[in-house]
Design a protein around this ligand. Structure first.
Ligand code: NAI
Ligand code: HPV
Length: 486
């Protein structure tokens, strides 16, 4: 971008602002996703690109310096959205002027590897597996948006070590999951699923045997985080006693009680519900021993991750009558999209599950409500915009959280340097030696594990100096990614 263009853009911006301070304009552009012409980023340039289309904003550890420097234009940013990301999120990203490709389902690994090669941003939900193999193919990727809560589908460590920031929406669908579980508790206690199936087949079968009220029964919640604690409040308001087990000591909601062990919870709960993340420690955490420990005639609900419950052990516990009913929303393997079949081809025990009585099977819909999806769309898309345009990592799940107030047009000749690097001694000193020829107005640096993130706003920097600055930073052996926004 030539200086004259910059000046012209300042004028346009000022006109649009009607003389209002620009900083207000900046925050408005992010929170209300206005048109790209209203955003401050329109005026910025970015370098740090490797052999792709002009104006890109990433380089890899092994990459050479960019051959040409071109303005950072929103139109150059390529985004791939999979798994039917909500319209709210799509609107925000389109509103920035980015190129957005949208797909309704997830992709198998080989197709994903092809598709991810050139994009700067990918948006996924719980199904798309971003393994190290997939991410290694992503030449230009700078950021991943998980439009959901769980991030187990992404190799977070590999991503961080390659300078790829990951965002999610930590609680926008928690209430939806909690409400589904409440519904399932009643449906299981009254065998509503079976009665409904029978009626659909024309069979009238009125029974009260082993049908219960939930009032006075004990709900055992495994994992008392966002979802577990919401559920606790709802269950108690319906007259249930609530106990919970968590690896962390957590404040109880209402009169709920934390119990000292999983076995203690299993031995005392009438309904057991799982709300833990997928981790090595939660893999098959409900298996044969746990079913043996549960009360006879109790119920199990799993709306967390399919890996948490050992399904053959559940099938055995239900066939023996030890478990009177169960609800599963998640499975070790799930179809890529709607219309696919839930058969033994996918999970070897799918037919076993389909044959059981009082077993509610839902297709991973815990967070699938209009309210949740719309809120997630906004939250994650805004985080992506902030990261692409300003390098702000607040809310990231695999990077240190770093933010500086936005650059504004009353700060000409400023540049924002973003330097993601290995977290080893001496790097900051060397970076500051490089930045030392300029006035460092503000700077923030933080680390998380092996990766550190530095953001510095420098002034008195001429456009022709930016390339040299970039090359010097790229010359540091500890660098992962250098971006300069100006
Ligand atoms: N079915 C669906 O559509 C949805 C499923 N989920 C799943 O639910 C999970 C939980 O969600 P949130 O409540 O938002 O997560 P959260 O992170 O707020 O809470 C998880 C809780 O589990 C605890 N925990 C971790 N390991 C444990 C262990 N080994 N034993 C006992 N407790 C343990 C943590 O200390 C934490 O309190 C997510 O990770 C996601 O996989 C989330 C949203 C929708
Ligand atoms: O938010 C989560 O972690 C979920 O499991 C919901 O996933 P989904 O957005 O429905 O693919």
């Amino acid at each position: 971008m030539a200086p004259s263009t910059l000046t012209q853009n300042i004028k346009i911006q000022n006109t649009q602002n009607n003389g209002e301070p620009l900083r207000r304009e900046v925050s408005r552009s992010l929170s209300m996703s206005t048109s790209p012409h209203e955003t401050f980023h329109q005026r910025k340039m970015s370098i740090g690109m490797e052999g792709t289309s002009p104006g890109l904003i990433r380089t890899k550890t092994t990459g050479a310096a960019p051959k040409q420097l071109k303005p950072f234009r929103e139109q150059d940013i390529k985004i791939l959205l999979l798994e039917n990301v909500n319209q709210t999120g799509r609107d925000i990203l389109h509103g920035q002027g980015y190129q957005v490709e949208f797909m309704k389902s997830s992709l198998p690994e080989d197709q994903l590897i092809e598709k991810i090669k050139d994009v700067h941003v990918i948006g996924i939900r719980s199904k798309t597996k971003l393994t190290s193999r997939v991410l290694a193919a992503a030449r230009n990727l700078i950021v991943i948006g998980c439009f959901c809560i769980g991030t187990n589908q992404v190799d977070l460590k590999y991503a961080a070590e390659h300078g790829i920031c990951v965002f999610n929406s930590p609680f926008s669908n928690s209430r939806s999951v909690a409400e589904l579980v409440i519904g399932e508790i009643i449906v299981l206690a009254r065998q509503v699923g079976d009665r409904s199936n029978e009626m659909h087949q024309g069979v009238w079968k009125k029974v009260s045997n082993k049908c219960w009220e939930i009032r006075g029964k004990t709900l055992g919640i495994i994992g008392y985080g966002h979802i577990g604690s919401q559920l606790s409040v709802l269950a108690e308001s319906m007259g249930m006693d609530v106990i919970y087990y968590d690896v962390v000591n957590l404040m109880a909601m209402g009169t709920a009680r934390q119990v000292p062990s999983l076995d203690h919870l299993l031995a005392n709960a009438d309904f057991v519900t799982c709300h833990v993340p997928e981790l090595p420690e939660t893999m098959n955490m409900i298996g044969k021993h746990q079913f043996d420990t549960m009360k006879s005639g109790s119920y199990l609900i799993n709306a967390s991750r399919g890996s948490v419950v050992d399904i053959p052990a559940l099938v055995a516990a239900m066939r023996s009558g030890k478990v009177a009913g169960a609800a599963l929303d998640v499975y070790p393997a799930e179809p890529a999209g709607n219309g696919d079949y839930f058969t033994n081809d996918l999970n070897s025990w799918a037919e076993d599950l389909r044959s059981l009585q009082n077993l509610i099977l839902t297709p991973h819909i815990g967070g699938s409500t209009e309210e949740a999806q719309s809120a997630i769309g906004v939250e994650v898309a805004e985080a992506l915009v902030r990261y692409v345009n300003e390098g702000v990592t607040v809310g990231a799940v695999n990077m240190p959280e770093v933010a500086l107030r936005s650059l504004t047009m009353d700060e000409p000749n400023h540049a924002r340097v973003i330097f993601i690097h290995q977290n080893v001694p001496g790097v900051l000193r060397r970076v500051n030696e490089i930045l030392g020829d300029h006035n460092v107005d503000k700077q923030m640096s933080d680390s998380r594990g092996d990766v550190a993130y530095l953001m510095a706003d420098i002034s008195s920097v001429k456009e022709e100096q930016v390339a040299a600055l970039y090359r010097e930073l790229e010359g540091l052996k500890e660098r992962v990614i250098t971006r300069i926004l100006y």
